[in-house]
Design a protein around this ligand. Sequence first.
Ligand code: M6R
Length: 611
Amino acid sequence: MCGIVGAIAERNITAILVEGLKRLEYRGYDSAGVAVFTNDGDLDRRRRVGKVAGLDQALAEQPLAGRLGIAHTRWATHGAPSEHNAHPHFSGDQLAVVHNGIIENYEALREQLKGLGYVFTSDTDTEVIVHLLHHKLKTDTDLADALKSAVAELHGAYGLAVISASQPDRLLAARSGSPLVIGLGLGENFLASDQLALRQVTDRFIYLEEGDIAEIRRDSVQIWDQQGCAVQREQVQYHEGAEAADKGEYRHFMLKEIHEQPKVVQRTLEGRLGTDHVLVNAFGPRAAELFAKVRNVQIVACGTSYHAGMVARYWLEDLAGIPCQIEVASEFRYRKVVVQPDTLFVTISQSGETADTLAALRNAKELGYLTSLAICNVGTSSLVRESDLTLLTQAGPEIGVASTKAFTTQLVGLMLLTLSLGQVRGTLDAGVEAHLVEELRRLPTRLGEALAMDKTVEKVAELFAEKHHTLFLGRGAQYPVAMEGSLKLKEISYIHAEAYPAGELKHGPLALVDSDMPVVTVAPNNELVEKLKSNLQEVRARGGELIVFADREAGIDNGVGTHVVAMPHIDDSLAPILYTIPLQLLSYYVAVLKGTDVDQPRNLAKSVTVE
Ligand code: M6R
């Protein structure tokens, strides 16, 4: 959630650190700071509440120059967003630390360190780390040895970067539960919590693994594993263009990412479709052999990714005839789960670093699942590295905190999974598979048609500008689409929104409906549409205002209090992907009208790497 950047070079690294923070700002953005070992031989820092632009301004007023430094953008967990809680944290004037994650035993450590005479100046859990390290340096004078000894006393999750004024030839890092990557330059090296921060300076990376400690010098990198043994970690060359860091012609990253969906869906399908069937080995060379044994599917994910999993449950049971369960990761990880024999454990995640989803995967490995599959957007993520099988969505980096293109590409990946399981297990008719493969090929064009409704949806958004509450309704696989629509609206416009299966309305929520409560509905032309129409009548009879995204042939017409937006026709199985588009646009335009921070909504962070 927070972002870390570090650098050691022959040149001034302050601008590199700040640029790295700007690239990570979408992850956490309530305060930012930088600490540099200055050319005068001191450790100095600047910290500001708010966005990185504020820190940039502070540096313009009071510059910092040096060849070794660390920087951080924070998303508060312990202690309110304030300058004294912003990282880097110091112990004396010799030692600085930045930290992502949560130290669970910080209260005990704090008391212990206070007893040793340390004075705390923040409310954070992080400050115990820097004082503990300072204390360790009294006996272990080498910074790497002291860090190994200090992290052995930490419980919880951390990605750490450390610099010391007394050993300014090195930058130290430690990873446990929070990702870190080393960027390799020529005569200079870097560190970050996400390679995105370093693409301005290098395309060569080393990903630290769980328990690793690294000593990064200008011209060398030394890594020790969890057992303290020196190890070599693989170098990875990154190839993708820098397209994501740029909004291009769009006002916000979110709008750009919504409009990228035809292209990224196309990419997610590339190389994965045969003439009339899905290429099962898209999930890995052992996929066909493992999928043939699958009798059940358990899906675990969070937020938007969870909604994708909910859609997949309809598909897996309906098309492939496989029993499927789905649960949010933060619940799954803490309950006793009864595992059915031959169950495929599936995680879904944009980032692949979501703490709850990762923990659920790690638990699942102890529980006797047949095998694990990650549907993920980041090939180098922990989730991908720790899963047996992988399907990478090809959404490209998603910068807007509200997930859009990640969701639709996850749905494409889950449809590929459904068809693969049905094919391998012989539970899906070959003709149905061939038809859906053909429909998938047409999907990017259909999505383009839905995006062409942009201006119409912008107009509809005006109905929401003064509203405080909204209901989203859907039936069948459109119910999770309604849930996703309601999550988008509340995330970026701060309007209270709830989603219900349309048939549930009369069991309670109908009491809320009046002329101040817009009710948004998605209505493809399927066997449930007549039942949905009755639900809409129930709303109209109570004076509720309806906004219906309906198939042209669904027979739902404009009228007093009923605003119908006609949708292109699509095969019902793929309708959840298509009907997501107008709901994304609707949230976007409502947020723009309300003047909220669309790409970085309050209180949220892109990648939730803490519990
Ligand atoms: O990276 P992940 O897909 O694992 O993230 C899961 C959720 O945190 C994420 O989908 C979140 O709900 C988004 N902000 C929704 O727009």
